[in-house]
Design a binder for this molecule. Structure first.
Ligand code: AKB
Length: 320
């Protein structure tokens, strides 16, 4: 039986890097694609194609040439950058996804497409807890593109039988690769300021609660939802997944258990308004029931792992 070929678009980004590494380590055949080369040494010897997902002809030719059976389309402009460059963000997020879905509808050798949605599909009218099929009125370009993307995936599934899978990711935090251009990025970039002489300038207010997740669970969700039988995917749109929710003050207090001298100050900027429009947490009952979603990393472990990765010479045990 021919082996599956996992074609990862956005393979040099935060999620793509960790997902590619995980699949490669578990012996899967992986082809990486991005506009920039992977930064991680462990990925340098894997097949890499330099491409722009907006170029439909190139995308179609490469998916065919590589015999892709599974497409993981992880390239996107995130929320903060999207507000600054709306046309560019819309074009990248929408044209990229439509290219993949169209090619998947034409090439039946592509068995499945994974594409991440986001908490950004929810808007300020929603209240603190976002239900699975709760009201969605996003106020950012990024959120609108994710909401439209969910509907495009549903349309291609209904009219062309494309097997699409998707989850709504919260802010993702991992040791390997930084995000870029998001509103939840403070919770990653703070770990590069643990031992600075100046306080970390946090761009959100200290009481801004947002849903967050360690990368181990983000990858776990992706592996889980892409490996279950198609009939377990009962929801028309992307699934809510929840791991933890915290505000900057809570995160920084946890950091101080490891790095007592860590200091931060709060200088909210335009990203505050984006964060204010998002829910505090997501109701993920449907994901738990339909395909067994369950997170594994809580805030204390997340912080311990990040501090240890960013301070190799330090003792990472908390002062109890
Ligand atoms: C962002 O902050 O834009 C992303 C997201 C929540 O989707 N991390």
């Amino acid at each position: 039986m021919p082996r599956d070929v996992h074609f990862i678009i956005g393979a040099s980004g935060q999620l793509g890097t960790e997902f590619a590494l995980e699949l490669h380590r578990s012996g899967e055949r992986v082809v990486l694609a991005d506009i920039k080369h992977p930064a991680l040494d462990a990925l340098r010897d894997l097949p890499f194609i330099c491409l722009d997902v907006r170029d439909r002809d190139v995308v179609a030719a490469e998916l065919k040439r590589q015999g892709a059976t599974h497409v993981h389309h992880l390239a996107a402009a995130l929320s903060a950058r999207g507000e600054q460059e709306p046309q560019w963000a819309w074009d990248l997020n929408m044209r990229g996804l439509l290219n993949i879905l169209e090619v998947a509808a034409e090439h039946r050798t592509i068995a499945q497409v994974f594409w991440p949605s986001s908490i950004a599909v929810f808007g300020p009218d929603n209240g603190p807890v976002a239900e699975q099929n709760g009201h969605r009125l996003p106020e950012t370009v990024y959120g609108i593109s994710k909401q439209a993307g969910e509907q495009w995936c549903a349309w291609f599934r209904k009219h062309h039988g494309v097997d699409t899978r998707s989850v709504r990711y919260p802010g993702l935090i991992g040791e390997l690769c930084p995000p870029g251009g998001g509103t939840t990025d403070y919770a990653v970039e703070v770990f590069d300021h643990l031992h600075g002489t100046e306080p970390y300038p946090c761009f959100l207010r200290e009481d801004t609660v947002l849903p967050m997740m360690h990368m181990q669970d983000a990858i776990g969700a992706m592996l889980q939802i892409t490996s279950v039988e198609a009939d377990r995917i009962r929801n028309e749109e992307a699934y809510n997944i929840q791991a933890m929710s915290f505000d900057p003050a809570t995160l920084f207090a946890e950091i101080r258990r490891h790095v007592p001298g860590f200091r931060a100050e709060f200088q909210p900027d335009f990203r505050q308004a984006i964060a204010d429009g998002w829910p505090d947490r997501l109701d993920d009952t449907a994901a738990r029931q339909d395909w067994g979603w369950s997170p594994t990393v809580a805030l204390p472990e997340l912080v311990a792992r990040m501090v240890s990765a960013k301070s190799p010479a330090l003792e990472a045990e908390p002062d109890l």
